[in-house]
Design a protein around this ligand. Sequence first.
Ligand code: PGA
Length: 246
Amino acid sequence: MKLIVANWKMQLGLRASVDLAVSVKAAAAKSSAQVIVCPSFTALDAVGRRLAKSRIALGAQDVFWQAVGAYTGEISPLHLGELGVEYVLVGHSERRALGETDEQVNKKVITSLHAGLTPIICVGETKPERQAGKTALRVARQVKAALKGLQTRAKERLIFAYEPVWAIGSGNSAAMSDIVRVHEHIRRTAMQSVKGIKFKQIQVLYGGSVDGKNAKDFLLHDQIDGLLVGGASMSRASINSIIAIC
Ligand code: PGA
């Protein structure tokens, strides 16, 4: 079963999020995909209510690394869980660009798992890193850092999204051969980093300028467990056609 994650970023308000969720719900009902929608924090509750009893799961776009405490303005993984959130994006490159470090990503992964959320850990190289031939090194470093000190229980899952920074929102997706190579590398690195973790506990998605036209090629590939879609996930026609491919 392929995973389709829709990241609505900070683009849609409450009404637009609910409207889009209703449309995605109808598309998902006819597909075998596991669909996860990640609206703004402020729309999580309303979208979650609309998606109750559907096959779509709710995801948050970020989370804080402590469960409770005096942290004004932060969002607890426990409080996300109360809203029915099951997944959380961690370390998206747009957050890393605002200063999020590998260390913070690691703490968010651990706290999310403790709170019963499944982290979707975003990794990927920048254009200069790619040009310098450092993609594998960069991605492995991010994966190892994100999983430092982690122990998983058998029922827990780790989802990675390989999102080359230069591909996000650019209209240029990565080449299939590069994606497949990096996906294998991510899986291998993750399996080496977490003692006892099983193959089936890890899923690796691709993200970066996925649209209704190129999604099929990605989804046909065994090494690609699904897609993290930004821009195209906010167009009804595009997201529904991506879901329909599954
Ligand atoms: P994009 O964004 O699909 O617009 O490239 C992907 C993402 O930011 O997760």
